[in-house]
Design a protein around this ligand. Structure first.
Ligand code: KIV
Length: 266
């Protein structure tokens, strides 16, 4: 299996081969997903909600992102690793953005970084690309903008919002990004952006026409909390499977059934 690079992703778009991306936050999960052949591993700042128990992604720090990125990088051989730049790591100045993107590459070992925003961060994306760090964009429902959006709602339903998102997509591409995440926008808008852009689009809650799809691994495996938006597909219910295994362990210990002789030393 050839190593995935930003060039292979571009080729996949041109050859109309669908691209897959999943989030990963730790070594064993990265190993499993990479072994299964997923094209990209995203060390998402969703680590805040999924792994660290935060209410949203805003408290996630650079230290936490570097820590989780290191673990994921150790577990993968083929997939391209994308590390999310957390809130306030690229919004203050271009210099800080470059320094923080550099940390995710140099200390974390990621190959690329992801930032949320469009026209408002065009300069930042361009500056990071100019120091040879490939950037993935992210527009639509951008969780770091939760307070501006007033919650996690579908974006781009009204004509004005739709035009703004088209302008954002073009700005991200113009700035040099290698791919763009489209989160929770209408199918027709995602299709229009995907046709308009030369770089691949990766959708989440953006319908079938994107060049690829991304899911949060906890959602796919059924280990996420109760909040389950419409665009999530649970491929398995690990919460129940893990729950049963743990309950079996507890009762076997209480009843003196575990450990058996075969688990013990003479
Ligand atoms: O942090 C994350 O998991 C993400 C995906 C939802 C695209 O940004």
């Amino acid at each position: 299996m050839d190593k995935i690079t930003i060039l292979s992703l571009q080729q996949m778009k041109e050859e109309k081969k669908k691209i897959t991306m999943l989030t990963a936050y730790d070594f064993p999960t990265a190993q499993i997903l990479d072994h299964c052949g997923v094209d990209m591993l995203l060390v998402g700042d969703s680590v805040g909600n999924t792994m660290l128990g935060y209410e949203n992604t805003l408290p996630v720090t650079m230290e936490e992102m570097v820590h989780h990125t290191k673990a994921v990088v150790k577990g993968r051989k083929r997939a391209l690793v994308v590390a999310d730049m957390p809130f306030m790591s690229y919004q203050v100045s271009v210099e800080e953005a470059k320094k923080n993107a550099g940390r995710l590459i140099k200390e974390g070992g990621a190959e690329t970084v992801k930032v949320e925003g469009g026209e408002n961060i065009e300069t930042v994306i361009r500056a990071i690309c100019e120091i040879d760090i490939p950037v993935m964009g992210h527009i639509g429902l951008t969780p770091q903008s939760i307070h501006r959006m007033g919650g996690y709602h579908v974006q781009g339903k009204e004509e004005k919002q739709r035009e703004k998102l088209l302008a954002d997509a073009l700005a991200v591409e113009r700035a040099g990004a290698f791919a763009l995440v489209l989160e929770v926008i209408p199918v027709s808008l995602a299709q229009e952006i995907t046709t308009l852009l030369k770089i691949p689009t990766i959708g989440i809650g953006a319908g079938l026409h994107c060049d690829g799809q991304v899911l949060v691994i906890n959602d796919l495996l059924g280990i996420s909390a109760e909040f389950r938006p419409k665009f999530i597909k649970r491929y398995v219910n690990l919460q129940d499977i893990i729950g049963k295994a743990v309950k079996d362990f507890i009762s076997e210990v209480k009843e003196g059934k575990f450990p058996e002789e075969k688990h013990s030393f003479k």
